[in-house]
Design a protein around this ligand. Structure first.
Ligand code: CP
Ligand code: NVA
Length: 299
């Protein structure tokens, strides 16, 4: 089984992963080890930079008694033109799983040619591992998903796309506030509808914030969008999570951000350390959610 999209998982799979993750988080707190992936190896391939994904996957494998190898695209023969298909076949003879952060089309090529589980560690279309940690965080703070209002303020990007599908799967109502021209992917919106999701798009951040249980934002300029920086900085003005936006939400709203943050752009710097913010707990949950995922796929 691969994890290319968060919607590759059923709601039963997600609940199973979250339960396992909570369990492993508790065990880690108690200093107990769970070596369910002893002698297993994970290859991690990066075509784009990473802090959280790289470190949390590497520590996850080590905590589980296994091993992770971190490789940059340019340092591999891939950087000199060896095909993804051949690389997939070779890696399939060495390791037990591949996690990859790359162009979406490259990830699909890898998944097609590898004979072992392939995990999406972020593409321009989706970031499913982030969504698993986000769901773990929301469940910890809210105790449920069904009926929650999830307000997204900012770019309709990869993290937004996976959040839309995650909300559809778990029964949260998501409303995305973005500037015109920065809406989420149309195929993802259709898929969310087919899954029974309740997704709304607005161009008014206040509408997304009103009575929200969860407020979420991400950078205005994602890793593949650097050439559009000037235009984006102008177009996204006003699409910021700040004290005024939080006042519109429920009193117990939680503020989330996948990180890295551009303080002063998509989020007011003071909000990151505000009592409503669960941002660093959310970042920590990448480790626990991915441990559960790895056990499910590689165990
Ligand atoms: N949130 C996230 O994926 O962070 P990194 O880019 O640091 O991996
Ligand atoms: N949307 C961001 C997320 C980084 C984790 C990007 O793709 O750069």
């Amino acid at each position: 089984m691969n994890l290319i999209s968060i919607a590759d998982l059923s709601i039963a799979d997600i609940m199973d992963i979250l339960e396992k993750a909570e369990n492993m988080k508790e065990k880690r707190k108690q200093g107990k080890t769970v070596d369910l992936l002893r002698n297993k190896s994970l290859a991690m391939l990066f075509e784009k930079p990473s802090t959280r994904t790289r470190v949390s996957f590497e520590v996850a494998m080590s905590d589980l008694g296994g091993h992770a190898l971190c490789m940059n695209w340019q340092d591999m023969q891939l950087g000199r033109g060896e095909s993804i298909e051949d690389t997939a076949r070779v890696l399939s003879g060495y390791v037990n799983g591949i996690m990859m952060r790359a162009e979406h089309s490259n990830l699909l090529k890898m998944a097609k040619s590898a004979s072992l589980p392939v995990i999406n560690g972020l593409t321009e279309l989706e970031h499913p591992c982030q969504s698993l940690a986000d769901l773990l965080t929301i469940r910890e703070y809210k105790g449920k998903f069904s009926g929650l209002k999830f307000g997204w303020i900012g770019d309709g990007n990869n993290v937004c796309n996976s959040s839309i599908l995650a909300c559809a799967l778990t029964g949260m109502n998501i409303i995305v506030a973005c500037p015109k021209g920065y809406e989420p992917d149309t195929k993802i919106l259709k898929q969310s509808k087919d899954l029974g999701g309740n997704t709304k798009i607005t161009y008014d951040p206040q509408e997304a914030a009103k009575n929200a249980d969860v407020l979420y934002t991400d950078v205005w300029v994602s890793m593949s969008d650097e050439t559009q920086k000037k235009r984006r900085m102008r177009d996204f003005k006003g699409f910021q999570i700040n004290a005024d936006v939080i006042k519109m939400a429920k009193n117990d709203v939680i503020v989330m951000h996948c990180l890295p943050a551009h303080r002063g752009e998509e989020i007011d710097p003071e909000i990151i350390d505000d009592p409503h913010s669960v941002i660093f707990e959310q970042a920590g949950n990448r480790l626990h959610a991915q441990k559960a995922l790895l056990v499910k796929l590689l165990g």
